[in-house]
Write a protein that binds this ligand. Structure first.
Ligand SMILES: CC(=O)SCCNC(=O)CCNC(=O)[C@H](O)C(C)(C)COP(=O)(O)OP(=O)(O)OC[C@H]1O[C@@H](n2cnc3c(N)ncnc32)[C@H](O)[C@@H]1OP(=O)(O)O
Ligand SMILES: CC(C)C(=O)C(=O)O
Ligand SMILES: [Mg+2]
Length: 561
């Protein structure tokens, strides 16, 4: 086993010294073809039934797919019936072309032509395997024998099309299946022979679909293959170059993107990458990658959660938590520095009213794919102060001042360490409530009045009230100042609370239903030269600020105990 790697044959590079694709950029969407209902479906433990296929088909149409491979109608009665129902049940919009797959084999091709009767637009997609390996171990034929299979298939398809009785607009697609394992000159040769038979023209081009049936090489080599093929194909303008990548090495998306640079005009794939083995190319990822580069993907991804629901129900497959754009965790940051940067990015976009999405770590606005209600930031022991502040603001409307973030962040971390797990927002709010709203109260304001009076043409604020100390000791006091906080400080000094210094203050309105209150955050310096925050909430703005002062003092007194 130690030297097991020696039994694998390294992939041969393509001789393409003047390759052009590395300097190209993707500037427009390709023609998309969904193969969910064929390649995706054939890879399921339990293939979709009629109802599920119909629902999936409609979801694909709603997204804007104009070409949809609906199945392999000659493979079984079930597949045939699904094709018939789509046609006879008028499920296919006029601007959508259905595509049907068939091997280059006579009886299957004939059955396929029966299956498409009555459809408006159809792509007949035929294939045979062309790779060196398949020729050797499956077909036991040389390249000429393989070309014969394709040519015979093409002849029959041409004949059935020429004699077709009906109004169906039939187009052709040919796949040299296992293209990427085929010598490029052989791939070109077989496709040219097929094109000759089908008499392809620029007005009536064939789709030449070049599958990465089994992904066996790095994406740059696949791109080389596509560019090589395009550059060597005679009558190139009579063909639409399509790619059909799989994901065996986990680089299906990259292979597709590089193939587009290399000149591919059409892409076959599935939603969320369902398909044989490791799957087909994930169209959602490639499409949204374009979107995040400012290119219109020409598919509607605005409700990914709904697509996910339909996909998971119909296929019985599960989408992973890290799947780009749709995974449960992809719009979530746990780690502190990420949370801090996201928080600042979101605020920057809001404050500057920016036309652009400029949020670090989150390459797409979650709202663009229908995920606006999910928490971007979640809190565990890896999280920092910025994350906790973000949740307080975005989930509960509390805009903790920046100077308070370290104090609250530390309280949250203690709780996370204590529980040894993530804190859900409700639990985070409980940390806030326990520490800032429901802490022990050494001092309580029993009654109070805050009013303004002018003296010598200047306005002064007066505090007059009763403070209860330790539940029983009632003290009446008054104070005057240039604002409510100043007046209150002067009042409490008179009853012996005179060692705290005011340091900072911030305030905002918070509303719950139709009820609006003011929240004040007061920072004091304690007799022990520490900074501490207190929070006051009240309908009265002035009262909320003096409550904040008293709560900061109460928190410190409680800590001292
Ligand atoms: C990469 C892909 O995804 S390709 C698409 C694959 N999808 C599917 O295969 C799903 C639908 N297919 C099926 O249900 C079946 O394969 C059917 C009904 C189409 C055909 O079934 P069968 O003929 O019973 O069996 P099977 O597929 O095993 O056929 C194998 C035979 O066909 C030959 N064959 C396979 N592909 C082709 C082809 N494109 N052209 C000619 N002959 C072919 C094989 O060499 C083999 O020949 P042999 O019988 O002489 O050994
Ligand atoms: C039939 C072809 C296009 C295919 O699915 C593949 O090669 O992966
Ligand atoms: Mg495939």
């Amino acid at each position: 086993m130690k030297e097991g790697y020696k039994k694998y044959i390294p992939f041969k590079q393509i001789d393409l010294p003047d390759r052009e694709w590395p300097t190209k950029v993707i500037t427009k969407a390709p023609t998309w073809c969904s193969v969910d209902l064929r390649d995706g479906n054939q890879a399921l433990i339990d293939p979709m039934n009629l109802e599920e296929k119909l629902e999936f088909f409609h979801a694909l149409c709603d997204m804007g797919f104009k070409e949809i491979e609906i199945g392999f109608p000659s493979a079984s009665e079930t597949e045939y019936e699904i094709c018939r129902e789509l046609i006879e049940g008028n499920h296919i919009p006029d601007d959508v072309t259905i595509q049907v797959l068939v091997q280059a084999r006579e009886h299957l091709i004939k059955k396929t032509f029966e299956a498409i009767k009555g459809a408006k637009n159809v792509i007949v997609h035929f294939y045979n395997s062309t790779s060196t390996l398949q020729r050797k171990v499956v077909f036991k034929k040389d390249i000429d024998g393989i070309i014969d299979i394709a040519v015979e298939g093409a002849k029959l398809i041409k004949e059935l099309t020429d004699n077709y009785d009906g109004d169906t607009n039939i187009r052709f697609e040919y796949s040299p299946e296992s293209f990427s394992g085929t010598e490029m000159d052989n791939a070109v040769k077989i496709c040219e022979k097929v094109m000759d038979v089908l008499e392809c023209t620029p007005e009536n081009p064939i789709i030449l679909n070049l599958p990465n049936t089994v992904e066996m090489c790095t994406p740059n080599t696949y791109a080389d293959q596509i560019e090589y093929f395009i550059k060597h194909l005679k009558n190139r303008e009579s063909a639409i170059i399509s790619v059909h990548p799989h994901n065996d090495r986990g680089t299906g998306v990259a292979a597709t993107e590089l193939a587009l640079l290399a000149g591919a005009e059409r892409v076959e794939g599935t939603l969320f990458g369902n398909g044989e083995r490791t799957g087909n190319l994930d169209i959602v990822t490639v499409g949204l990658n374009m979107y995040t580069q400012g290119v219109d993907p020409e598919l509607d991804f605005s409700n990914l959660p709904k697509l996910k629901e339909i996909f998971e129900r119909c296929t019985n497959m599960k989408i992973g938590e890290r799947q780009p754009y749709i995974g449960e965790l992809v719009f979530t940051a746990f780690s502190g520095s990420h949370q801090d940067a996201i928080n600042k990015g979101v605020k920057y976009c809001k404050d500057t009213n920016s036309d652009y999405w400029e949020v670090p770590y989150i390459p797409i606005d979650p709202a663009d794919v229908g995920r606006q209600y999910e928490p971007i930031i979640r809190i565990n022991s890896q999280s920092g102060k910025g994350g906790a502040a973000y949740v307080m603001e975005h989930n509960f409307g509390y805009e903790l001042p920046k100077k308070m973030h370290p104090e609250f962040g530390a309280l949250v971390q203690v709780k996370c360490d204590e529980l040894g797990r993530e804190l859900v927002p409700k639990e985070l709010f409980e940390v806030f409530k326990d520490n800032y709203l429901e802490h022990p109260q050494k001092y309580v304001i029993e009654n109070s009045r805050i009013f303004e009076e002018s003296e010598n043409g200047k306005e002064y604020v007066h505090f007059k009230g009763t403070i209860v100390i330790d539940g029983t000791d009632k003290r009446n006091t008054t104070g005057v100042g240039n604002g409510p906080i100043d007046a209150f400080f002067n009042a409490i000094k008179k009853i012996g609370i005179d060692q705290y210094k005011f340091r900072s203050y911030s305030q905002h309105a918070i509303s719950e239903g139709s009820d609006s209150q003011a929240v004040s955050y007061i920072e004091l310096e304690t007799p022990e030269n520490k900074r501490i925050f207190g929070v006051g909430i009240d309908h009265n703005v002035n009262y909320s600020s003096i409550l904040g002062v008293l709560n900061a003092i109460n928190r410190n007194e409680a800590e001292d105990k």
